[in-house]
Design a protein around this ligand. Sequence first.
Ligand code: AP5
Length: 247
Amino acid sequence: MASGGDASVNLEDVPSLNLMTELLRRMKCASKPDKRLILIGPPGSGKGTQSPIIKDEYCLCHLATGDMLRAAVATKTPLGVKAKEAMEKGELVSDDLVVGIIDDAIKKPSCQKGFILDGFPRTVVQAEKLDDMLAKQGTKIDKVLNFSIDDAILEERITGRWIHPSSGRTYHSKFAPPKVPGVDDVTGEPLIQRKDDTAAVLKSRLEAFHRQTEPVVDYYSKKGAVTNLHADKPTEEVTKEVKMVLS
Ligand code: AP5
């Protein structure tokens, strides 16, 4: 039972349906193989769209460094204060800041069956530090999914994206519109657009991707871990490819 200052939940207060749903989920997950995945690709290539589907299918945790950093900026934590300026300009945040948040996050119980890293590692230094972290735990990356796509397609995807901030649900005004424009389908709450989702900031983000992140694909290719996806296809077709690669 929860006591003063204890953040744990009193199970008696949890509705039976929720408990049963969680129990069934855990039973289903017990038979799933562990997986440690990296999703790599330029802004708008579909990493955040495919991650929740992979997460549910394989019972993994979804660690998106961009989401973690945006949460830190919104709540003005010391991490957020340091990250804000670089993020608004479309530049990368320092390696030490992001490595620290991942090191903490992968130890959480929800990552027990493995994880999806979305937006990390983004430099070869981050990849080397990640591999060291995993080696200490006696594990390694199983697969790197490389979301291959031409830059020319990305501006339309990025500038049309709408987000429900509290759930992370993503929409697109043309490719995945909400039932009512500007409103989340599930909660009815307003959708927002990210500050860095402009054509001008996209240019810097793409420049950072090609210069700093593409070498990470080469780094893992040498280890035989990379599979290329046709990320320019419609969402459902990309999902099919992902499932085939992971089966
Ligand atoms: P981050 O949040 O990671 O942004 P990003 O990598 O630029 O990726 P996005 O979230 O923009 O794209 P996505 O591939 O997830 O696209 P989505 O699926 O939503 O990083 C933001 C910033 O944080 C960085 O610039 C940096 O400053 C900092 N940062 C983060 N990690 C860092 C790190 N490791 N090191 C240093 N700094 C770091 O899709 C986009 C849109 O297209 C959606 O509207 C979607 O509905 C639509 N869509 C998706 N797939 C399809 C499809 N197949 N067909 C048609 N439409 C589609």
